[in-house]
Design a protein. Sequence first.
Lengths: 323, 286
Amino acid sequence: MRTSPFRIGLIVLAAIIPGMLIAVVLFLALYSWPAIQFNGVGFLGGQTWNLGNLYADPVTIRGMQVPIGAQYGILVFIVGTLATSAIALLIAVPVSLGVSIFLAEGAPPHLRPTLSLIVELLAVVPSVVYGLWGVAVLVPLIAHYIAPALNTLLGFIPFFAGGSPTGFGLLSSSLVLTLMVVPIITATIYSALLQVPRPDKEAAYALGAMKFEVAVRAMLPMVRGSIVGAIILGLGRALGETMAVLMVSGGAINYLPDTITSPISTMASFIVSQLDSAEQDPTGMAVRSLAEIALVLFIITIIVNVAARLITRGLHVGLASRA
Amino acid sequence: MSVSQAALEFPLLRGRRIRTRIGWVLSVFAFALVAAPLADILLLVFARGVSAISPNLFLLPTNGISGGLLNAIVGTFVLSIGALIIGVPIGVGGGIYLSEFGTGPFGNAVRFLSDVLTGIPSIVLGYFSYITLIIGLGWQFSALAGAITLAMMVVPYMARLTELSFRQVPLSLREAGYALGATDRKVIFSIILPPALPGVLTGALLALAISVGETAPLIYTAGWSNYVWNGKLTHEPIGYLTYVIWSFINQPFESAHALAFAAAFLVVLVVLVINVTARAVLFSRS
């Protein structure tokens, strides 16, 4: 059969979607190639991000023109990204499990649409509005109450001992991220719980289990694959979150966090915060190194998202074949 | 079963009862832990935002750290509509392909990569546009670069929602059309599109909400301007509401904070109204 021009048009439009992904990785890699050569492996392990002397004549190092003293290391931002995401997930996972069980089994059925709407709305509040709330409410709360309380209760552990925190830092970034990933994790677990076949639940009841025991001991194990997929999906969101973290992180540079109130920067927030400074570099190496950060972030989130989609995808097939 | 064994089980049952009760309390507490910040965010934004609303907000452009938001409101409108103009045709076309012809390996790959694309951080897409459009093509910060970047974020959502609404139309309608000798184009536009249209329009509305609330990629593509958009697509930066929220809350002036909260109020209002409406439409259809 001959393919009609109309169908070819649709194929072209559909091909734009993978085309965009390929274009992003290709252009980021091409553009950052000089930076990749100049920075080498030290890029990932270096703690110093120094644009060098932007007003002196650039020098030639390894065949590339760079400002004198320029050094690009992103370990601080990698640690900031991983630490905020890890703390956020540590809080968000149990909370999401609780919310999902409450929505799926605990809440009265006629309230369920409203209650799940509340959780879904958390996911549509723009990132920058979370940042605004963070600056206006969360940061003062941490500086005046939460950080001193942690210091008193857990101060014997160096990680929780803080001097006089400003409130901007690791804890505030992690808490804002927590709020942003809970709806993502909850939505996936909740819809998986709703798909648990009725006979399976009834079997658990017939064994004498109480409602909460059915939810926790019978239903949660049945959807454990979805739970793993949901957590990885949440991780993907947390790793790339930009504005909210930028606004409450304190913007650390050349400094590894050592306590829960230390200022930090994530890879995503650092890219935004560096635009003005990087543009001053006449050799363009700073802008190219930022492109290298974007490339690293892209590769990490691609891996995380592909993993999450593969896990949750296999599950839907599994559930469908069971029914 | 002897009597002694039943007696043994009673304390066990009491332990289980207490544990379940604690479990339910914890699950309600988890929900409250999530709902309270949302309520506080809305309360904060609405209370501080409404008190900052005045006619000048809609009549004057920003002037340093005071004035109105006219330039930002116009800019957000231009960028979002621009994103829809570029993104909706691509997304809808791709979605129609996925629903009608996308059963092969190519369709599966597109579907999978479209899901992956929604997980790419917006700042990465923004930086991609920065090095290709702003630096590479030399457009400078501009409306078109911002709209294209937003369109990249919108396309995968449009494609998946279009696919979803097209798939809900029964197969028999297509078969009836083809049996009467209709072409692909005729079947899709005259038979399947009308019942699928509410779903597609809902998708476009959700795409609008995403565009209105986005910040990070615009900082790298649209820039910022204190002037109302003059109609130039390239070589002219453009203002937008989310920039005001981010940048003005860090200024040590009350007038700047008022503008930031007013901008947040407008953005949240648009995003909430769109999302609640869209969910009502989708809910009533399913």
